[in-house]
Design a protein around this ligand. Structure first.
Ligand code: GDP
Ligand code: MG
Length: 165
């Protein structure tokens, strides 16, 4: 059985839903109360990709407070892929997503020198009060070289598996 390990980092401002996303994806669980991440949490998910291939995802859930400190360089090191998350109901977290992308790209790249593939997730799509338009996300995604973006609702379990796939 062939097995490959990928390091995937999940970044974005505090309270956008990063830890909830990882818990939902790995344990299919969700909690309403907020438990602040300190430093970094790790989770491992093994995916049966085909009959003879497993993929191990090592998920690094980083505390948002660490933004733009020298610590992020350590977290980013050797990442194969990245998820940047923001909260649709908090515009400031959308603006921060651009800063997170720049922070990542200035501190980290793949072995061949290319940028770390990065997915943009617009979380809390279950809430009706929105501060960011779809067109803006689309434009921002193109301008800043994300692989793509999708809305998610970790609470409702919407687009969790699909986005990780
Ligand atoms: P983190 O700081 O980015 O790790 O954010 P958390 O995962 O700790 O989530 C912060 C808060 O947002 C918690 O109270 C979660 O229950 C809540 N939350 C996370 N995802 C969603 C979602 O999709 N919809 C709603 N309504 N709340 C969410
Ligand atoms: Mg957290």
């Amino acid at each position: 059985m062939a097995e490959v390990l990928f390091k995937v980092i999940i970044i974005g401002d505090p309270t956008v839903g990063k830890t909830s996303f990882v818990q939902r994806y790995v344990n299919n669980s969700y909690r309403k109360d907020y438990k602040m991440t300190i430093g970094v949490d790790f989770a491992l998910k093994v995916i049966k990709w085909s009959d003879n291939r497993n993929i191990k995802l090592q998920l690094w859930d980083i505390a948002g407070q660490e933004r733009f400190t020298s610590m992020t360089r350590v977290y980013y090191k050797d990442a194969h892929a990245c998820i940047i998350m923001f909260d649709l109901t908090q515009r400031s977290t959308f603006q921060s997503a651009i800063k997170w992308k720049k922070d990542l790209d200035t501190k980290c790249s793949l072995l061949d020198g290319s940028a770390v593939p990065c997915l943009l997730l617009a979380n809390k799509a279950d809430l009706t009060h929105r501060e960011v338009e779809q067109q803006e996300i689309e434009d921002m995604c193109k301008e800043h070289d994300f692989l793509g973006w999708t809305e998610t609702s970790v609470r409702e379990g919407l687009m969790i598996e699909e986005s990780m796939r």
